[in-house]
Design a protein around this ligand. Structure first.
Ligand SMILES: Cc1cc2nc3c(=O)[nH]c(=O)nc-3n(C[C@H](O)[C@H](O)[C@H](O)COP(=O)(O)O)c2cc1C
Length: 189
C-alpha cells in the first residue's frame, strides 16, 4: 500500500514539473516573438501609416525621434547645403536618436518605416539599425514618398545588419486603406 502511495506521489511530482516547464517554455517563446513597428517621420506622412499598421496588427509602436528635430530649412532638398542634403550626401552620416527601446530582445519581427529621401532611407534609419542587435530578426521596411519606390533601401539596411533577414518592403501612398496595410503585413510575417 505504502509503495503504491509513493508511486502516485512520484507521478504527481513528475506531472507538475513537466507542466511548469511547458508553461515556462511557452512564455519565453511568446515574449521573444513580439512585433514592433518603428518609424521616423519628419512631416507626419509615415507616422500616419505606422500608427495604422501597428493598430491593425496589434504591434508595439516606437517613434525614431531625432535628438535634433528637422526644421523646414533642414528639409529643403533644393538647397544642397541644408542639413538633410548634407547628411544624405554622406553615407557615414549617423544623426543622433533621442531615445532608446528598453527591451529590444522581445521583438522577433520589426517593421521599419521612413520617408524616402534622395531615393533611399534617411540616414537616421542607419543610426537606428546600428543601435540594436538585430541578429535573427526579420525586418520589413515600409516607406512613404512623393512618388519614388522604396528602391534599394532594403538592400542598404541589410548591409548594416547582416545577421538579420531584411525583406524588400513596400512604399505606400498616404491614402492606403487599413485593410490593404493589414493584408500586406500579414503576408510578410
Ligand atoms: C530631404 C527630402 C528628400 C526627399 N526625397 C524624395 C525622393 O527622392 N523621392 C520622392 O518621391 N520623395 C522624396 N521626398 C518626399 C518625401 O519622401 C515624402 O514627402 C514623404 O511622404 C514624407 O514623409 P514624412 O511626412 O513621414 O516625413 C523627399 C523629402 C525630403 C524632405
Amino acid at each position: 500500500m505504502k509503495k503504491f502511495l509513493y508511486i502516485i506521489i512520484a507521478c504527481l511530482i513528475a506531472v507538475i514539473t513537466f507542466t511548469l516547464l511547458f508553461i515556462k517554455t511557452g512564455e519565453s517563446n511568446m515574449t521573444n516573438n513580439k512585433v514592433l513597428v518603428a518609424y521616423f517621420s519628419a512631416t507626419g506622412n509615415t507616422k500616419t501609416i505606422a500608427e495604422k499598421l501597428a493598430n491593425e496588427i496589434g504591434a508595439d509602436l516606437f517613434e525614431i525621434k531625432p535628438a535634433q528635430i528637422y526644421t523646414d530649412d533642414d528639409l529643403n532638398w533644393q538647397n544642397d547645403k541644408s542639413r538633410s542634403s548634407v547628411e544624405m550626401a554622406d553615407r557615414n552620416s549617423r544623426p543622433e536618436i533621442a531615445s532608446k527601446i528598453d527591451d529590444f530582445a522581445q521583438y522577433k519581427t520589426v517593421f521599419i518605416g521612413f520617408p524616402i529621401w534622395w531615393g533611399r532611407e534617411p540616414s537616421i534609419i542607419d543610426t537606428f539599425m546600428e543601435s540594436y542587435d538585430f541578429a535573427g530578426k526579420t525586418i520589413i521596411p515600409f516607406a512613404t514618398s512623393g512618388s519614388s519606390d522604396i528602391g534599394n533601401s532594403g538592400e542598404i539596411i541589410q548591409s548594416l545588419v547582416p545577421n538579420a533577414t531584411v525583406l524588400y518592403g513596400k512604399r505606400f501612398s498616404t491614402s492606403v486603406s487599413d485593410t490593404e496595410l493589414k493584408n500586406w503585413a500579414i503576408e510578410q510575417m
